[in-house]
Every structure is written in C-alpha cells, then in structure tokens.
Design a protein. Structure first.
Length: 257
C-alpha cells in the first residue's frame, strides 16, 4: 500500500456506509423499534390513546441494583457519541471543535440554549395537550423511578445523556457527514428532522410532529452557528423539566399527558 493510498480522501460510499453503521448502532436502531412500538400500540385494545409510553423506568426492585442499571444505561448509551467523535477525528481539525462541543463560549452557549428551550418547550406543551385531546398520542410517563434519594440525580443524568446522544449524532455528526457527501441543504435538514421524529414515534403522532419541528429548528441553528453545545443545553433543560417535573409536581396536574 502506497502513501497516496493511505492519505487519499474518504469516498462518499465509505462515508455513507459509516453513517448507516453509526445510526444502526444508535438512534437509527431506536427509530426502527419506535415504528414497531407504534404499530403495536395502534393495534392494541383501545387504540393509541389508551396505551402508555413510559420512560426512565425502574430496572430492579432492589434500589442499589436499580441504581447500578440506571448508571450503566447512561454510560453505555454514550458510546455511539464517542464512536462518532472518533470517526470524525479522521477529518482535518479537532472533531470536538468541528462539532462545536468545546467550552470556548460557555456564556453564549447557555444563553442560546435557554432561548432555544423556551422556543421549543412552550409550543411543545401546547402541542402535547392538543395531541392528547385528539387521541393521537399515547399516555406519556416521563419518569417511572421509585421514591429513592438518587431518583432526581439519575433523571438529570438521563436528561443530559439524551441531549448529548441526540444532538451529537442526529445534528452534529449526521449534518457533517451529509454535507461531506454533498447532499442539498434541504435534504440534510429533512433527514435530520425526520430521524429525530421517527425515534420518538413510540409516544404517538403528536410527538412525531413536535420533534420534527424541533429537528428543523435545531438543524438550521447548527448550520448557521456550527455549534452543538447550545443544542445540548436546550435539550437537557427540556428533558430535566419533563423528567424531574413529572416526579415532583402533584399527580392531578399531569392528567392531560
């Protein structure tokens, strides 16, 4: 093998195969399971609105073992992120800076993230309420952990893990690779948004629409700023409010979910 062969640019075919493999090990796999889940809910007795979509559920009746499973789940869920960053390291430059995950602008990242969370979160609540009234969503249970001391910290960790996994893979990595494969910007945005929507489909069609809109907004933001960190901040805030809020607020306030 010659030096030229070792240093030649990666072909579009190789990049495409790599992208499919990364997605197949992470959120693409989740999308396939979500499609099967929505079919199961639609064909169950009572239809979609009578079914439940539960997140962050207990894994054991023994608290210490449950905590172990929860922490292992968070840790292993982040391996595809490390894989994506490792693969991007083959490109020129630092992959962390390429994705905009570096801590160069903490204040701006926090401010932008909070703004995005407000922009997505408030209309999202209205959409979830409308979807519940129309019966096009399953009953959502954002947190099903027992009443133990570590429940809230684990929910916060789960929120951060979701944010890092989704924003790095579905926005930073996917948009970068599709641009390298010379896809049109409209197709890149649509692919990222539809992938995000598809792996939330197990929650129902309202969640699909809401996450598709979120995907468009987040993809446009990334294409404009080249920074994933504000998206991670926004997503973490949204999930912390959903997970921890569900745990702490009175049950009667949540009947609309």
């Amino acid at each position: 093998m010659t030096v030229d062969e070792l240093t030649r640019p990666t072909s579009r075919k190789v990049l495409g195969t790599e992208t499919l493999l990364v997605l197949g090990l992470s959120l693409g796999q989740s999308a396939v399971y979500a499609v099967v889940s929505i079919i199961a809910k639609l064909t169950a007795d009572g239809g979609l609105s009578k079914q439940t979509a539960a997140l962050n559920t207990s894994q054991s009746a023994r608290p210490w073992l449950d905590l172990t499973y929860q922490l292992l789940g968070v840790a292993f869920a982040l391996l595809p992120v490390l894989l994506a960053v490792h693969l991007l390291a083959r490109d020129p430059g630092d992959p962390v800076r390429t994705l905009g995950l570096d801590p160069r602008h903490p204040g701006a990242d926090l401010a932008r993230g909070a703004g995005l969370a407000a922009l997505i979160g408030l209309p999202g609540l209205a959409l979830f309420w409308a979807a519940a009234q129309l019966g096009v969503n399953a009953k959502l249970v954002p947190a099903g952990l027992p009443d133990v001391w570590w429940a809230v910290p684990v929910l916060i960790l789960a929120a951060a893990q979701n944010a890092v996994l989704e924003e790095v893979i579905v926005v930073g990595y996917l948009v970068t690779r599709l641009r390298q494969m010379q896809w049109r910007l409209a197709a890149i945005i649509a692919t990222s948004a539809l992938l995000r929507a598809s792996y939330h489909l197990y929650q129902g069609f309202g969640a699909f629409v809401g996450n598709a809109v979120m995907g468009v907004v987040f993809s446009l933001f990334y294409l404009r700023t080249r920074r994933v960190m504000p998206l991670v901040v926004a997503h973490t805030l949204l999930d912390v409010v959903a997970f921890v809020g569900y745990t702490l607020v009175p049950e009667q306030w949540l009947s609309w979910l």
